[in-house]
Design a protein around this ligand. Structure first.
Ligand code: SF4
Ligand code: FE
Length: 484
């Protein structure tokens, strides 16, 4: 397994074509906007080296028998599924942001199950190819960016009916040794902190869309791939040189628009090619895994926000007020409900034909549906406890000003035992997580990440088993529809 330093060095060697604020960025690793997001991924390496977290952060590979980072593992039991959720909670607690590496892990598991089924049905050899690829990922301890979301253009039209055929990523043609692909993936979490990019289809498809039913992996800096960095609220505070106004000074999330312009993919890196019938199940499984992941990461980040709100109350001298205690209890209840769903869909998981364990799909969708709501309420309560000063307080430069710094120190103090700076720091952290750069990874991502709320409602509706429930009701109510 790589150390944190080896990981950072390995990303430094990549040759990404990245644009940000209209300019090409050469040194990505030391860029102050990018670096906090790299630090968040680096934590997945750092904790894997720590004996205290060995059980959660690492696993024994079913492919090689070697100890590997759990982010590259195929789940071999419900215990593995549970440990994944616990690992993500831990990382949320350590970074208070999205640490990005889970998308690849959830991709591997969904692709493993689905390629096995495609091969069984069609006599192809995708599964063997995929497992060889995954062994390489495990041996090298790589970060892989699972890339699913196409730009989608007119949402009312299928991929093949779009006026611009590139609105969904697709195969352009076959060439000697592989295929040429074109298109884009939007909102790509951790794209520039990844060694590899792994493309999946994003919707169910029919035969006419078969050129869009493609699944493959490439080194993330392959010729022909362009990255355009996603802005975050308050992101340029990271360029000001200070630490306090950023709120979460060391960690952050990352999203980018990834464009592939006629990129070559060798056959050995292609894991699905025009098997359109499997697009839906692959998407659903990936989404199910990622929805279960949110039960871990979002509850971990929630722990930090609850802690920050409790600190803000303490620094204001109101921690003993009954309504404050009640609000903190409510936040905890909501946060633990999210976590409970992550655990529930894991322990109700089951083995599939490939041997890889899949979460309970209904409960995973329920988990994410709760995540589309509860962090908003937790956020509201955190802002309530923080007070309005969170959005009206002066800047770090004013705090350090020889002229007005002492006025801020005097007038913005809460309880006398706590330095004013501590009070302001915790308010900036709450600001970061609720409406600043960190809100991407907590607030809005809770709504749209791993699929917007309606996507879960469709899956929940499909698995509600209403006819069986109607029979239960009939039986209890004494309704016998068999009678003439
Ligand atoms: Fe991982 Fe959560 Fe970020 Fe998804 S949103 S990549 S599950 S930390
Ligand atoms: Fe996400």
């Amino acid at each position: 397994m790589k150390t944190k330093e080896q990981y950072i060095d390995s990303i430094r060697k990549m040759k990404f074509k990245l644009y940000m604020f209209g300019e090409q960025i050469e040194n990505i690793v030391d860029n102050p906007i990018v670096r906090p997001s790299l630090n968040a991924v680096a934590m997945t390496y750092e904790l894997a080296q720590d004996p205290e977290y060995k059980d959660l952060m690492t696993a024994i590979s079913n492919l090689t028998g070697k100890r590997i980072n759990r982010f590259t593992h195929l789940h071999q039991s419900t215990e593995d599924l549970l440990k994944k959720v616990k690992m993500l909670r831990l990382l949320g607690q350590k970074t208070a942001t999205c640490f990005q590496r889970c998308v690849g892990m959830d991709t591997f598991n969904a692709v493993d199950i689905t390629t096995y089924e495609i091969d069984r049905e069609k006599g192809t050899d995708y599964h063997k190819r995929f497992r060889q690829y995954l062994q390489y990922v495990q041996d090298e301890d790589l970060v892989v960016d699972g890339a699913m979301t196409d730009p989608k253009g007119d949402r009312g039209l299928k991929p093949s009916k779009q006026s611009d055929p590139d609105m969904y990523l697709h195969v352009v043609k076959e060439v000697e040794g592989g295929i040429i692909v074109r298109g884009a993936k939007a909102h790509q979490t951790g794209a520039l902190n990844s060694h590899e990019i792994f493309i999946l289809p994003t919707v169910a498809m029919s035969e006419e869309d078969k050129d869009y039913a493609v699944c493959f992996a490439l080194p993330a800096d392959t010729e022909g791939i362009t990255y355009i960095y996603g802005r975050q609220s308050c992101d340029t505070r990271k360029l000001e040189g200070g630490k306090i106004d950023v709120g979460n000074c060391n960690f952050g999330g990352q999203e980018a628009l990834v464009v592939m312009e006629d990129v070559f993919v060798p056959w050995e890196r292609v894991f699905m090619y025009r098997e359109y019938e499997y697009s839906r199940i692959l998407v659903e499984r990936f989404a199910g895994y990622h929805r279960s992941s949110y039960g871990g990461c979002k509850s971990g980040v929630g722990d930090v926000l609850i802690g920050a709100a409790a600190l803000a109350a303490e620094y204001n001298g109101v921690e003993k007020a009954s309504h404050i205690k009640d609000k903190l209890a409510e936040m905890t209840h909501l946060n633990e409900t999210i976590y409970s769903c992550g655990l529930a869909c894991s322990c109700q998981g089951s083995s599939t034909a490939s041997g890889t364990y899949l979460i309970d799909m209904l409960l995973a969708n329920v988990c994410k549906q709760n995540v589309t709501r509860f962090p908003y309420e937790i956020t509201r309560l955190a802002e309530d406890l923080a007070g309005g000063l969170m959005v009206t307080m002066p800047s770090e430069k004013d705090m350090k000003s020889p002229v007005v710094g002492s006025l801020i120190e005097k007038y913005l103090r809460g309880v006398s035992q706590v330095p004013t700076e501590h009070r302001l720091r915790v308010l900036r952290l709450i600001e970061n997580m609720t409406l600043g750069a960190g809100a991407v990874g907590y607030r809005t991502e809770s709504l749209h990440g791993a699929g917007s709320p309606q996507a879960q409602r469709v899956m929940i509706g499909r698995q509600a088993n209403l006819s069986w429930k109607k029979d239960l009701a009939k039986s209890i109510a004494g309704i016998n529809t068999e009678e003439k």
